[in-house]
Design a protein around this ligand. Structure first.
Ligand code: S3P
Length: 432
Protein backbone atom coordinates (compact mmCIF):
# COMPACT_ATOMS: atom_id res chain seq x y z
CA UNK A 1 0.00 0.00 0.00
CA UNK A 2 1.31 3.40 -1.00
CA UNK A 3 0.63 6.42 1.23
CA UNK A 4 1.15 10.00 0.05
CA UNK A 5 1.14 13.09 2.29
CA UNK A 6 -2.23 14.68 3.15
CA UNK A 7 -2.93 18.43 3.09
CA UNK A 8 -5.71 18.46 5.64
CA UNK A 9 -8.17 15.87 6.88
CA UNK A 10 -11.67 17.09 7.61
CA UNK A 11 -14.82 15.09 8.22
CA UNK A 12 -16.41 12.33 10.26
CA UNK A 13 -15.18 8.81 10.77
CA UNK A 14 -17.05 5.84 12.24
CA UNK A 15 -14.60 3.19 13.40
CA UNK A 16 -15.57 -0.50 13.62
CA UNK A 17 -16.72 -2.19 16.81
CA UNK A 18 -14.33 -2.78 19.69
CA UNK A 19 -12.25 -5.93 19.24
CA UNK A 20 -12.05 -6.91 22.92
CA UNK A 21 -15.79 -6.42 23.45
CA UNK A 22 -16.71 -8.24 20.21
CA UNK A 23 -14.71 -11.33 21.23
CA UNK A 24 -16.28 -11.40 24.67
CA UNK A 25 -19.83 -10.98 23.36
CA UNK A 26 -19.54 -14.15 21.25
CA UNK A 27 -17.72 -16.13 23.95
CA UNK A 28 -20.11 -15.24 26.77
CA UNK A 29 -23.12 -15.60 24.47
CA UNK A 30 -21.99 -19.12 23.54
CA UNK A 31 -21.84 -20.29 27.15
CA UNK A 32 -25.04 -18.50 28.15
CA UNK A 33 -28.55 -19.92 27.91
CA UNK A 34 -30.69 -18.38 25.19
CA UNK A 35 -29.89 -16.02 22.36
CA UNK A 36 -27.39 -13.17 22.50
CA UNK A 37 -27.91 -10.45 19.91
CA UNK A 38 -24.83 -8.41 19.04
CA UNK A 39 -24.82 -5.22 16.98
CA UNK A 40 -21.76 -3.37 15.65
CA UNK A 41 -19.68 -6.55 16.01
CA UNK A 42 -16.16 -6.21 14.59
CA UNK A 43 -15.99 -8.28 11.40
CA UNK A 44 -12.20 -8.56 11.65
CA UNK A 45 -10.18 -11.75 11.23
CA UNK A 46 -9.52 -12.09 14.99
CA UNK A 47 -13.18 -11.97 15.99
CA UNK A 48 -14.19 -14.20 13.09
CA UNK A 49 -11.72 -16.77 14.46
CA UNK A 50 -13.59 -16.65 17.77
CA UNK A 51 -16.91 -17.24 15.97
CA UNK A 52 -15.47 -20.23 14.10
CA UNK A 53 -14.08 -21.78 17.29
CA UNK A 54 -17.48 -21.70 18.99
CA UNK A 55 -19.28 -22.90 15.86
CA UNK A 56 -17.00 -25.90 15.83
CA UNK A 57 -18.06 -26.59 19.43
CA UNK A 58 -21.70 -26.85 18.37
CA UNK A 59 -22.88 -23.25 18.85
CA UNK A 60 -25.20 -21.91 16.14
CA UNK A 61 -24.03 -18.40 15.29
CA UNK A 62 -25.82 -16.38 12.60
CA UNK A 63 -23.59 -13.67 11.18
CA UNK A 64 -25.77 -11.24 9.20
CA UNK A 65 -24.80 -7.73 8.03
CA UNK A 66 -26.80 -6.00 10.79
CA UNK A 67 -26.40 -8.26 13.76
CA UNK A 68 -24.96 -11.48 15.10
CA UNK A 69 -27.18 -13.99 16.81
CA UNK A 70 -25.43 -16.42 19.13
CA UNK A 71 -27.69 -19.28 20.15
CA UNK A 72 -26.00 -20.14 23.43
CA UNK A 73 -26.32 -23.62 24.89
CA UNK A 74 -25.58 -22.76 28.51
CA UNK A 75 -22.51 -23.13 30.69
CA UNK A 76 -22.24 -26.87 29.99
CA UNK A 77 -23.54 -26.91 26.40
CA UNK A 78 -20.32 -26.83 24.37
CA UNK A 79 -19.48 -29.97 22.38
CA UNK A 80 -16.07 -31.49 21.74
CA UNK A 81 -14.71 -29.89 18.56
CA UNK A 82 -14.03 -32.22 15.67
CA UNK A 83 -10.61 -30.71 14.90
CA UNK A 84 -8.00 -28.35 16.31
CA UNK A 85 -9.45 -24.99 17.37
CA UNK A 86 -7.76 -22.31 15.25
CA UNK A 87 -7.31 -18.93 16.96
CA UNK A 88 -5.45 -17.50 13.96
CA UNK A 89 -3.52 -14.37 14.96
CA UNK A 90 -5.67 -13.70 18.03
CA UNK A 91 -4.20 -13.77 21.53
CA UNK A 92 -7.58 -12.88 23.01
CA UNK A 93 -9.24 -15.91 21.35
CA UNK A 94 -6.47 -18.26 22.48
CA UNK A 95 -6.19 -17.08 26.07
CA UNK A 96 -9.85 -16.51 26.95
CA UNK A 97 -10.92 -19.70 25.18
CA UNK A 98 -8.33 -21.65 27.22
CA UNK A 99 -10.03 -20.43 30.39
CA UNK A 100 -13.39 -21.69 29.12
CA UNK A 101 -11.96 -24.99 27.82
CA UNK A 102 -10.28 -25.69 31.18
CA UNK A 103 -13.73 -26.20 32.70
CA UNK A 104 -15.23 -28.50 30.05
CA UNK A 105 -15.80 -32.25 30.18
CA UNK A 106 -14.00 -32.90 26.86
CA UNK A 107 -10.44 -32.45 25.68
CA UNK A 108 -9.49 -29.96 22.96
CA UNK A 109 -6.43 -28.75 21.08
CA UNK A 110 -5.94 -25.08 20.29
CA UNK A 111 -3.46 -23.52 17.89
CA UNK A 112 -2.86 -20.37 15.86
CA UNK A 113 -0.64 -18.79 13.22
CA UNK A 114 3.14 -18.51 13.50
CA UNK A 115 2.97 -15.24 15.46
CA UNK A 116 0.38 -16.51 17.95
CA UNK A 117 2.21 -19.80 18.43
CA UNK A 118 5.30 -17.89 19.53
CA UNK A 119 3.53 -15.74 22.14
CA UNK A 120 3.69 -16.69 25.85
CA UNK A 121 0.92 -18.93 27.11
CA UNK A 122 2.54 -19.93 30.43
CA UNK A 123 0.90 -16.81 31.83
CA UNK A 124 -2.46 -18.61 31.54
CA UNK A 125 -1.31 -22.25 31.67
CA UNK A 126 0.25 -21.84 35.13
CA UNK A 127 -2.69 -20.23 36.96
CA UNK A 128 -5.26 -22.44 35.19
CA UNK A 129 -3.28 -25.57 36.04
CA UNK A 130 -3.08 -24.41 39.64
CA UNK A 131 -6.92 -24.40 39.59
CA UNK A 132 -6.63 -28.11 38.73
CA UNK A 133 -6.78 -27.77 34.94
CA UNK A 134 -4.60 -29.94 32.74
CA UNK A 135 -3.18 -27.77 29.97
CA UNK A 136 0.02 -28.65 28.18
CA UNK A 137 2.09 -26.81 25.62
CA UNK A 138 2.50 -29.44 22.91
CA UNK A 139 5.99 -28.26 21.95
CA UNK A 140 6.98 -27.77 25.59
CA UNK A 141 7.90 -24.16 24.89
CA UNK A 142 5.19 -22.45 26.94
CA UNK A 143 3.39 -21.51 23.72
CA UNK A 144 0.47 -22.81 21.65
CA UNK A 145 -0.43 -25.34 20.30
CA UNK A 146 -2.07 -26.24 23.59
CA UNK A 147 -3.81 -29.43 24.64
CA UNK A 148 -6.50 -29.03 27.30
CA UNK A 149 -7.85 -32.07 29.11
CA UNK A 150 -10.97 -32.19 31.29
CA UNK A 151 -10.51 -31.79 35.04
CA UNK A 152 -12.51 -30.54 38.03
CA UNK A 153 -11.51 -26.97 38.86
CA UNK A 154 -11.21 -25.31 42.23
CA UNK A 155 -11.12 -21.62 43.09
CA UNK A 156 -7.78 -19.91 43.65
CA UNK A 157 -6.51 -16.52 44.70
CA UNK A 158 -4.13 -15.57 41.94
CA UNK A 159 -1.64 -12.71 42.09
CA UNK A 160 -0.84 -11.93 38.46
CA UNK A 161 2.63 -10.56 37.77
CA UNK A 162 1.27 -8.65 34.72
CA UNK A 163 -1.68 -6.31 34.26
CA UNK A 164 -3.34 -8.24 31.45
CA UNK A 165 -6.99 -8.29 30.45
CA UNK A 166 -6.43 -11.64 28.76
CA UNK A 167 -4.85 -13.35 31.78
CA UNK A 168 -7.46 -11.94 34.16
CA UNK A 169 -10.32 -12.95 31.85
CA UNK A 170 -9.04 -16.50 31.29
CA UNK A 171 -8.93 -17.10 35.05
CA UNK A 172 -12.32 -15.50 35.74
CA UNK A 173 -13.91 -17.59 32.97
CA UNK A 174 -12.42 -20.78 34.43
CA UNK A 175 -13.77 -19.54 37.77
CA UNK A 176 -17.31 -19.96 36.43
CA UNK A 177 -16.65 -23.71 36.42
CA UNK A 178 -14.77 -23.94 39.75
CA UNK A 179 -16.09 -25.25 43.06
CA UNK A 180 -15.42 -22.06 45.05
CA UNK A 181 -14.60 -18.39 44.61
CA UNK A 182 -11.76 -17.42 42.24
CA UNK A 183 -9.98 -14.09 42.47
CA UNK A 184 -7.29 -12.38 40.43
CA UNK A 185 -5.19 -9.49 41.65
CA UNK A 186 -3.15 -7.51 39.16
CA UNK A 187 -0.50 -4.83 39.75
CA UNK A 188 -2.66 -2.16 38.07
CA UNK A 189 -6.10 -2.36 36.52
CA UNK A 190 -6.19 -3.80 32.99
CA UNK A 191 -9.19 -3.49 30.65
CA UNK A 192 -12.32 -4.46 32.56
CA UNK A 193 -14.71 -5.46 29.76
CA UNK A 194 -14.98 -9.01 31.11
CA UNK A 195 -16.06 -7.78 34.53
CA UNK A 196 -18.65 -5.38 33.09
CA UNK A 197 -20.08 -7.81 30.53
CA UNK A 198 -20.07 -11.00 32.62
CA UNK A 199 -22.06 -9.20 35.31
CA UNK A 200 -24.62 -8.31 32.63
CA UNK A 201 -24.86 -12.01 31.71
CA UNK A 202 -25.69 -12.78 35.37
CA UNK A 203 -22.32 -13.79 36.84
CA UNK A 204 -21.67 -13.01 40.49
CA UNK A 205 -18.55 -10.92 40.11
CA UNK A 206 -17.01 -8.18 42.23
CA UNK A 207 -14.04 -5.93 41.60
CA UNK A 208 -12.14 -3.20 43.39
CA UNK A 209 -9.00 -1.13 42.99
CA UNK A 210 -6.95 -0.41 46.13
CA UNK A 211 -5.30 2.91 46.98
CA UNK A 212 -1.91 1.53 45.84
CA UNK A 213 -3.38 0.77 42.39
CA UNK A 214 -3.59 -3.02 42.79
CA UNK A 215 -6.81 -4.26 41.27
CA UNK A 216 -8.75 -7.37 42.24
CA UNK A 217 -11.67 -9.16 40.60
CA UNK A 218 -13.48 -12.15 42.12
CA UNK A 219 -16.06 -14.49 40.66
CA UNK A 220 -18.30 -17.14 42.21
CA UNK A 221 -19.14 -20.36 40.41
CA UNK A 222 -22.56 -20.10 38.83
CA UNK A 223 -25.32 -22.36 37.44
CA UNK A 224 -26.07 -20.44 34.27
CA UNK A 225 -25.43 -17.22 32.36
CA UNK A 226 -28.27 -15.73 30.32
CA UNK A 227 -28.19 -14.36 26.76
CA UNK A 228 -28.06 -10.57 26.40
CA UNK A 229 -28.39 -7.78 23.85
CA UNK A 230 -24.97 -6.23 23.29
CA UNK A 231 -24.21 -3.09 21.31
CA UNK A 232 -20.48 -2.87 20.75
CA UNK A 233 -19.02 0.67 20.89
CA UNK A 234 -16.42 1.80 18.34
CA UNK A 235 -12.88 0.62 19.08
CA UNK A 236 -10.70 3.33 20.63
CA UNK A 237 -7.68 1.33 19.43
CA UNK A 238 -8.90 1.91 15.85
CA UNK A 239 -9.94 5.52 16.58
CA UNK A 240 -6.36 6.11 17.76
CA UNK A 241 -5.09 6.22 14.15
CA UNK A 242 -7.55 8.97 13.21
CA UNK A 243 -6.84 10.85 16.44
CA UNK A 244 -3.17 10.91 15.45
CA UNK A 245 -3.98 11.77 11.82
CA UNK A 246 -6.06 14.75 12.94
CA UNK A 247 -3.35 15.98 15.30
CA UNK A 248 -0.43 15.53 12.90
CA UNK A 249 -1.78 16.76 9.55
CA UNK A 250 -1.99 20.59 9.43
CA UNK A 251 -5.47 22.01 8.90
CA UNK A 252 -7.25 18.85 10.10
CA UNK A 253 -10.43 18.53 12.09
CA UNK A 254 -11.93 15.04 12.51
CA UNK A 255 -14.97 13.83 14.47
CA UNK A 256 -14.69 10.15 15.39
CA UNK A 257 -18.17 8.94 16.17
CA UNK A 258 -19.36 6.58 18.91
CA UNK A 259 -16.03 5.44 20.30
CA UNK A 260 -15.61 3.44 23.50
CA UNK A 261 -13.88 5.60 26.14
CA UNK A 262 -13.79 3.14 29.04
CA UNK A 263 -11.06 4.59 31.35
CA UNK A 264 -9.21 1.24 31.26
CA UNK A 265 -8.74 1.81 27.51
CA UNK A 266 -8.62 5.59 27.12
CA UNK A 267 -5.05 6.35 28.19
CA UNK A 268 -4.31 7.68 24.72
CA UNK A 269 -6.67 10.61 25.34
CA UNK A 270 -4.77 11.55 28.52
CA UNK A 271 -1.42 11.28 26.76
CA UNK A 272 -2.58 13.35 23.76
CA UNK A 273 -3.82 16.09 26.09
CA UNK A 274 -0.48 16.07 27.94
CA UNK A 275 1.23 16.41 24.54
CA UNK A 276 -0.80 19.58 23.96
CA UNK A 277 -3.53 18.13 21.73
CA UNK A 278 -6.81 19.90 21.07
CA UNK A 279 -9.06 16.91 21.69
CA UNK A 280 -12.48 16.67 23.30
CA UNK A 281 -15.18 14.08 23.99
CA UNK A 282 -18.73 15.09 23.10
CA UNK A 283 -22.09 13.28 23.14
CA UNK A 284 -20.98 11.09 26.05
CA UNK A 285 -23.15 8.06 26.85
CA UNK A 286 -23.11 4.88 28.90
CA UNK A 287 -26.34 3.58 27.34
CA UNK A 288 -24.82 0.26 26.27
CA UNK A 289 -23.01 -0.52 29.53
CA UNK A 290 -19.65 0.83 28.35
CA UNK A 291 -18.76 4.55 28.29
CA UNK A 292 -18.70 5.94 24.73
CA UNK A 293 -18.40 9.38 23.11
CA UNK A 294 -17.68 11.19 19.86
CA UNK A 295 -14.04 12.32 19.83
CA UNK A 296 -13.31 15.68 18.19
CA UNK A 297 -9.68 16.25 17.28
CA UNK A 298 -8.02 19.29 15.71
CA UNK A 299 -4.51 19.68 14.37
CA UNK A 300 -2.16 20.68 17.22
CA UNK A 301 1.58 21.15 17.67
CA UNK A 302 2.72 18.35 20.01
CA UNK A 303 5.32 18.26 22.77
CA UNK A 304 7.18 15.31 24.27
CA UNK A 305 6.00 13.46 27.40
CA UNK A 306 7.07 10.62 29.67
CA UNK A 307 4.64 7.67 29.61
CA UNK A 308 5.05 5.16 32.43
CA UNK A 309 3.36 3.25 35.27
CA UNK A 310 -0.35 2.56 35.68
CA UNK A 311 -1.36 4.29 32.43
CA UNK A 312 0.55 1.74 30.31
CA UNK A 313 -2.11 -1.05 30.32
CA UNK A 314 -4.74 1.55 29.31
CA UNK A 315 -2.88 2.36 26.08
CA UNK A 316 -0.72 -0.69 25.43
CA UNK A 317 -2.12 -1.30 21.93
CA UNK A 318 -1.81 2.42 21.08
CA UNK A 319 1.93 2.66 21.76
CA UNK A 320 2.86 2.20 18.07
CA UNK A 321 0.79 5.23 17.04
CA UNK A 322 1.85 7.17 20.16
CA UNK A 323 5.48 6.53 19.19
CA UNK A 324 4.73 7.95 15.74
CA UNK A 325 3.22 11.07 17.33
CA UNK A 326 6.27 11.36 19.59
CA UNK A 327 8.55 11.40 16.52
CA UNK A 328 6.66 14.46 15.24
CA UNK A 329 6.60 16.15 18.68
CA UNK A 330 9.14 18.62 20.05
CA UNK A 331 11.44 17.14 22.72
CA UNK A 332 12.34 13.75 24.13
CA UNK A 333 9.54 11.25 24.76
CA UNK A 334 10.28 8.39 27.13
CA UNK A 335 8.11 5.24 27.17
CA UNK A 336 8.78 2.98 30.19
CA UNK A 337 7.16 0.00 31.97
CA UNK A 338 5.99 -1.34 28.62
CA UNK A 339 7.95 -4.61 28.31
CA UNK A 340 4.62 -6.22 27.29
CA UNK A 341 5.22 -4.62 23.86
CA UNK A 342 7.71 -7.44 23.23
CA UNK A 343 5.01 -10.15 23.33
CA UNK A 344 2.36 -8.63 21.09
CA UNK A 345 1.69 -9.70 17.48
CA UNK A 346 5.32 -8.73 16.90
CA UNK A 347 8.02 -7.54 19.29
CA UNK A 348 6.75 -3.98 18.98
CA UNK A 349 9.79 -2.40 20.60
CA UNK A 350 11.74 -3.79 17.64
CA UNK A 351 9.17 -3.16 14.91
CA UNK A 352 8.45 0.41 16.02
CA UNK A 353 12.17 1.18 16.28
CA UNK A 354 13.00 -0.35 12.90
CA UNK A 355 10.29 1.55 11.07
CA UNK A 356 10.68 4.90 12.85
CA UNK A 357 14.38 4.74 12.00
CA UNK A 358 13.53 3.96 8.36
CA UNK A 359 11.61 7.25 8.33
CA UNK A 360 14.59 9.13 9.80
CA UNK A 361 13.56 9.32 13.47
CA UNK A 362 16.02 9.28 16.35
CA UNK A 363 14.84 6.41 18.56
CA UNK A 364 16.60 4.25 21.12
CA UNK A 365 14.93 1.00 22.19
CA UNK A 366 15.14 0.08 25.88
CA UNK A 367 14.31 -3.06 27.87
CA UNK A 368 10.81 -1.82 28.65
CA UNK A 369 10.07 0.83 26.07
CA UNK A 370 11.94 3.41 24.05
CA UNK A 371 13.29 6.95 23.93
CA UNK A 372 12.22 9.07 20.96
CA UNK A 373 13.91 12.39 20.22
CA UNK A 374 11.22 14.21 18.27
CA UNK A 375 12.31 16.27 15.30
CA UNK A 376 8.94 17.56 14.10
CA UNK A 377 9.25 15.71 10.78
CA UNK A 378 9.66 12.27 9.19
CA UNK A 379 10.53 11.13 5.67
CA UNK A 380 8.50 8.70 3.60
CA UNK A 381 10.04 5.21 3.55
CA UNK A 382 9.38 1.54 2.89
CA UNK A 383 7.79 0.14 6.06
CA UNK A 384 7.78 -3.54 6.96
CA UNK A 385 4.60 -4.25 8.94
CA UNK A 386 5.92 -7.74 9.79
CA UNK A 387 2.20 -8.58 9.36
CA UNK A 388 1.36 -6.71 12.57
CA UNK A 389 -1.89 -4.79 12.02
CA UNK A 390 -1.07 -2.03 14.49
CA UNK A 391 2.34 -1.41 12.94
CA UNK A 392 0.79 -1.20 9.44
CA UNK A 393 -1.83 1.34 10.54
CA UNK A 394 0.48 3.43 12.74
CA UNK A 395 2.97 3.87 9.91
CA UNK A 396 0.28 4.57 7.33
CA UNK A 397 -0.63 7.58 9.49
CA UNK A 398 3.06 8.50 9.79
CA UNK A 399 3.11 8.49 5.97
CA UNK A 400 0.28 11.04 5.79
CA UNK A 401 2.33 13.56 7.75
CA UNK A 402 5.78 12.66 6.34
CA UNK A 403 7.64 14.16 3.39
CA UNK A 404 7.47 11.95 0.28
CA UNK A 405 5.85 8.60 -0.33
CA UNK A 406 5.54 5.75 2.18
CA UNK A 407 5.00 2.13 1.21
CA UNK A 408 3.54 -0.29 3.75
CA UNK A 409 4.58 -3.90 3.14
CA UNK A 410 2.06 -6.56 4.17
CA UNK A 411 -0.64 -3.94 4.57
CA UNK A 412 -3.53 -6.44 4.29
CA UNK A 413 -2.78 -7.50 7.88
CA UNK A 414 -5.12 -4.63 8.86
CA UNK A 415 -7.89 -7.21 8.29
CA UNK A 416 -7.14 -8.50 11.78
CA UNK A 417 -8.82 -5.53 13.48
CA UNK A 418 -9.87 -2.98 10.83
CA UNK A 419 -10.58 -4.40 7.36
CA UNK A 420 -11.83 -1.04 5.97
CA UNK A 421 -8.94 1.03 7.37
CA UNK A 422 -7.42 2.10 4.04
CA UNK A 423 -10.84 2.82 2.47
CA UNK A 424 -11.76 5.04 5.44
CA UNK A 425 -8.43 6.82 5.17
CA UNK A 426 -8.92 7.38 1.44
CA UNK A 427 -12.44 8.75 1.97
CA UNK A 428 -11.13 11.19 4.59
CA UNK A 429 -8.31 12.34 2.31
CA UNK A 430 -10.68 13.03 -0.57
CA UNK A 431 -13.30 14.77 1.61
CA UNK A 432 -13.94 18.24 0.14
C1 S3P B 1 -6.83 -7.67 25.19
C2 S3P B 1 -5.89 -7.40 26.15
C3 S3P B 1 -4.56 -6.86 25.83
C4 S3P B 1 -4.52 -6.24 24.45
C5 S3P B 1 -5.15 -7.11 23.42
C6 S3P B 1 -6.61 -7.38 23.76
C7 S3P B 1 -8.13 -8.24 25.62
O1 S3P B 1 -3.61 -7.89 25.88
O2 S3P B 1 -3.19 -5.94 24.10
O3 S3P B 1 -5.09 -6.50 22.15
O4 S3P B 1 -9.08 -8.25 24.80
O5 S3P B 1 -8.23 -8.66 26.78
P1 S3P B 1 -2.93 -8.36 27.27
O6 S3P B 1 -3.98 -8.98 28.11
O7 S3P B 1 -1.86 -9.34 26.86
O8 S3P B 1 -2.37 -7.12 27.89
Amino acid sequence: MEITPANSLRGEVTVPGDKSISHRSVMFGSIAKGTTEITNFLQGADCLATIRCFQSMGIAIENTPNRILVHGRGLHGLKKPSGILDAGNSGTTARLLSGILAGQTFSAALSGDESLNSRPMARIIDPLNSMGAHISSLNNDGCAPLFIEPRKLHGIKYQSPVASGQVKSAILLAGLYADSETSVTEPTLSRNHTELMLRGFGANLSSETAADGQAAASILPCDELYGQKITVPGDISSAAYFIAAGLLVPGSEILIKNTGVNPTRAGILTVCRRMGADISCVNKTTATGEPAADILVKHSPLKAVTIEGAIIPTLIDELPIIAVMAAFAQGVTVIKDAAELKVKETNRIDTITENLRAMGADVTPTEDGMVIRGSGALNGAVIDSHLDHRIAMAFAIAGLAAKGTTVIKGSRCVDVSYPAFFETLKALKSYP
